[in-house]
Design a protein around this ligand. Structure first.
Ligand SMILES: [Cu+2]
Length: 647
C-alpha cells in the first residue's frame, strides 16, 4: 500500500489513543473523573502545508484537546505533540463550559428515566411505562440558568413518550414537564412540572408499519419502476487517501468532531496550470433559536456545532438510499468522552451526478449539447430530532455549490382546546410546531490564484433617465472594495442584487482582468431579533449575511470557542472590533445563511427536505467558458436524433 499520508488528514484511532495516554500519564486526565469533550488535529499552518506539498517536510503532528474535571467542573485545554509524544501545554480555562458530549446526553437520559422522583411525577400524569420514555437533554444559555445553579454544568430536558415500542418519540411531547440536571454528577436538581395538556389524537408516525391503516389505505400513489444509475467503467474521479481529483478539480477531504467534513486545498487545473481557489471550506457554527417564549421552548436555542459538534452527530450512509450510483466512502474516526476512538463507517459520500444540461445551442439544424456532470461530496448529521444533509458540489464550469437539506422531526407541543398558539403553526390535532430558524455559518478561506485577495461588494445600479440614457435602460455594475473589517460586515440587498467578489489584484488573466470568484448568496435572511435580546448576544455573528476577516488560524468559531452556557459572542464581533485591514491579504469569508422555518402541516410527521444553497462562481477567473472542452455524450446515449423544429 502506498503512503497517502498528508498533514491535513484527520487523527487516526491510534493517534487518539496516544493523546489520551499522554494526558493520562502526565496530567491524570482519566475517566470517569475526567471527560474528553473534544480531541482534534491541530491543523498545520498554510506555510507548513505548502512546505509538505513542495518537498515532503513533515510538520509536527499535534492535537488540541478540551477536557474537564467533573468534581471541580473545571475545563482544561491541552496541546499535544504526537511526533514528540509530549504534552506541550495544559491550561485551565476558567468560567467556560466544554461542549456537550454524546455520553452525557445518553447518561442523562438513563439517569432521569430511572430517577424515582421522575418516575413518580410521570406516574401522576399517567405515564408508567418508562421504557417508552425518552429524556432529551438540551444545553443552556447563561442568561437562562437560575442563579442557584450558576457555575455548574447543567442541562434541561424535554420528556417524550412513544405511544408504543418503535414509534416516534417526538410525536409524544410531555408538555410542561422538564428536568434540570447537573451533568457532572448526573444529579436531578429540579423537576419543573408547570402545566399539563390532555393528549390529543395525533398521527405522528412515519415508519410504514406504524402508520395507521386509515391513512395508508387512502393512498392512490403508484409504486415507481426502478431507476438504475450505473457507471459501467467506474467513476471518473480518483480518490487517493483523502485526496480527490476529478475534471481538473483537486481537493482534500478532512473531518473533525466540530465541523464534521472539511474541504481543503481546492484548485482547478486550467489548461495545465494548477490554480488555487480555496484553502479551506467548512461550517463553523449553527444556531437554531426557537422563537416561542413558552415554558416548553424558551430555552430551546441550539448551537449544533459549538455546543454539540456536527462531527459527533455524523451518521453512517447507506448505499442506494443516501447516495445513488458509483460511490466511494470515507470513514471517520472520532472519540467518546473517555477518549476512546470509534469509527463512523461511510461517514462521507463521494460520487458523480448527472445534472441535466450544461450548455446547448441549436443553430438551425445543428444542435450542440453537453450533459452536466457534477462531483458531490457530502455528509449527513442527526442532531436528536433533526437531520442536516450537507453537499459540496464541484462543476465542470468552475462553479462550486454548497447545499444544505434540513429534514427530520419538528419539535411540537400540544395545546388545550380554544387556546392560541401565536408562535407556531398547527400541524396536527391541538398540536403546533413552534417557529424557529436554522442559521448556518460557512467559513471559507478562499485563495483565488494565491493567498492575497481583496473582497468587493458587487452591486447593480439603475442609471437615471437623461441624455445618455433616454429610455432608462442602462445598468451599471459597481464594485466597491471592502477595506476594513467594519466594511466587511455586509448584508443581503435585494434592490442591488448584492454579491461579493474575492479578487486577486496581483495577477491578470488573458483578458487583462483580475481573476475572481463570486459568492452568490442564497438562503440568507435577517436575524430578526430585537437588538437587546440576550439570546442574540450569544450569537451576534448572525447579525450580518457576510463578515470578512484577515485569516488567523486561531479565529475559527464565529460565536466563540466555548458556546455551551455562553452569555456573549466571543467570536466574530470581538475579532472584528479591531477593525483590521482586509485589503490584499489572506481573507476569510463567513457567510450566514440557512432556513427561516415557518412551520407547515406538510412538515409533519416527518419533514420533506427544505433545501438551501449558495454558490461560488468564477467571474473573470477564466478567459472563456471553461467547459467548452467537455465532450459530447456518446451517440448511443443520445437516441432520438432528432426531429427538429424551429424556435
Ligand atoms: Cu426547522
Amino acid at each position: 500500500m502506498t503512503d497517502t499520508f498528508h498533514p491535513l488528514d484527520p487523527l487516526s484511532a491510534a493517534e487518539f489513543t496516544a493523546v489520551t495516554r499522554l494526558l493520562g500519564e502526565e496530567h491524570g486526565v482519566t475517566p470517569p473523573q475526567w471527560r474528553y469533550a473534544s480531541i482534534e488535529m491541530f491543523e498545520p499552518s498554510k506555510a507548513d502545508v505548502a512546505a509538505f506539498d513542495a518537498n515532503g517536510t513533515h510538520p509536527d503532528r499535534q492535537a488540541v484537546v478540551v477536557c474537564f474535571e467533573r468534581t471541580s467542573n473545571s475545563t482544561h485545554k491541552a496541546l499535544v505533540s504526537l511526533r514528540d509524544s509530549k504534552v506541550l501545554a495544559f491550561n485551565h480555562i476558567p468560567d467556560q463550559q466544554a461542549n456537550f458530549t454524546v455520553d452525557e446526553w445518553e447518561e442523562a437520559d438513563e439517569a432521569l428515566r430511572t430517577n424515582p422522583e421522575v418516575i413518580a411525577a410521570l406516574a401522576e400524569r399517567g405515564i408508567t411505562d418508562m421504557s417508552l420514555v425518552f429524556m432529551d437533554t438540551w444545553t443552556y444559555g447563561d442568561v437562562l440558568i437560575p442563579d442557584k445553579y450558576k457555575g455548574r454544568r447543567i442541562g434541561w430536558s424535554d420528556t417524550w413518550v412513544r405511544s408504543a415500542p418503535g414509534r416516534n418519540p417526538y410525536a409524544g411531547p410531555v408538555n410542561g414537564f422538564h428536568c434540570v440536571i447537573d451533568l457532572n454528577t448526573m444529579e436531578l436538581l429540579e423537576i419543573e412540572d408547570t402545566f399539563t395538556v390532555d393528549r390529543p389524537e395525533v398521527m405522528g408516525e412515519y415508519v410504514p408499519r406504524h402508520v395507521p391503516d386509515r391513512i395508508r389505505n387512502q393512498s392512490t400513489r403508484e409504486p415507481l419502476k426502478p431507476l438504475d444509475i450505473t457507471q459501467s467503467e467506474g467513476p471518473s474521479f480518483t480518490l487517493t487517501g483523502n485526496k480527490l481529483e476529478w475534471q481538473n478539480w483537486s481537493l482534500r477531504v478532512g473531518f473533525n468532531y466540530r465541523e464534521g467534513m472539511t474541504i481543503h486545498g481546492v484548485s482547478y487545473r486550467d489548461n495545465g496550470r494548477e490554480r488555487p481557489i480555496a484553502h479551506r471550506l467548512s461550517f463553523a457554527e449553527m444556531m437554531v433559536p426557537y422563537r416561542d417564549h413558552c415554558d416548553d421552548h424558551y430555552r430551546r436555542t441550539a448551537f449544533d456545532i459549538g455546543e454539540w459538534g456536527i462531527g459527533f452527530m455524523t451518521t453512517s450512509l447507506e448505499l442506494g438510499c443516501d447516495c445513488l450510483g458509483e460511490i466511494r466512502y470515507l470513514d471517520a474516526t472520532l472519540h467518546d468522552s473517555k477518549g476512546e476512538p470509534y469509527e463512523i463507517k461511510n461517514a462521507i459520500c463521494i460520487h458523480e451526478e448527472d445534472n441535466a444540461v450544461l450548455w446547448k445551442h441549436v443553430d438551425h439544424d445543428d444542435a450542440e449539447v453537453r450533459r452536466m456532470r457534477r462531483l458531490t461530496v457530502s455528509f449527513h448529521v442527526t442532531v436528536a430530532n433533526y437531520e442536516y444533509l450537507t453537499y459540496w458540489r464541484f462543476y465542470q464550469d468552475g462553479n462550486i455549490e454548497c447545499e444544505v437539506r434540513a429534514t427530520g422531526i419538528m419539535v411540537v407541543s400540544h395545546f388545550p382546546d380554544g387556546q392560541e398558539h401565536p408562535h407556531g403553526s398547527l400541524v396536527d390535532d391541538r398540536t403546533y410546531a413552534p417557529f424557529h430558524q436554522h442559521f448556518l455559518v460557512a467559513r471559507m478561506d478562499l485563495d483565488v490564484d494565491g493567498t492575497e485577495n481583496t473582497v468587493y461588494a458587487s452591486e447593480t445600479q439603475i442609471e437615471p433617465v437623461g441624455p445618455d440614457n433616454p429610455y432608462g435602460l442602462s445598468l451599471r455594475q459597481v464594485n466597491t472594495p471592502l477595506q476594513t473589517e467594519a466594511e466587511g460586515k455586509q448584508d443581503m440587498n435585494y434592490a442591488t442584487q448584492r454579491a461579493w467578489k474575492v479578487v486577486n489584484e496581483n495577477t491578470t488573466t488573458g483578458l487583462g482582468l483580475h481573476p475572481s470568484y463570486k459568492l452568490v448568496p442564497g438562503g440568507a435572511f435577517p436575524a430578526m431579533f430585537p437588538p437587546d435580546s440576550p439570546i442574540l448576544a450569544r450569537c451576534r455573528a448572525i447579525e450580518h449575511t457576510l463578515w470578512v476577516t484577515p485569516n488567523n488560524r486561531d479565529e475559527r468559531w464565529p460565536a466563540g470557542e466555548f458556546v455551551n452556557q455562553s452569555s456573549v459572542d466571543h467570536g466574530l464581533p470581538e475579532w472584528t472590533a479591531a477593525n483590521r485591514s482586509i485589503v490584499n491579504t489572506d481573507v476569510v469569508l463567513w457567510y450566514v445563511f440557512g432556513i427561516h422555518h415557518i412551520t407547515r402541516p406538510e412538515d409533519w410527521p416527518i419533514m420533506p427536505v427544505d433545501v438551501v444553497n449558495f454558490w461560488l462562481k468564477p467571474v473573470g477567473f477564466f478567459d472563456r467558458n471553461p467547459s467548452l472542452d467537455v465532450q459530447a455524450s456518446p451517440p448511443a446515449a443520445c437516441h432520438a436524433h432528432h426531429e427538429h423544429g424551429s424556435h
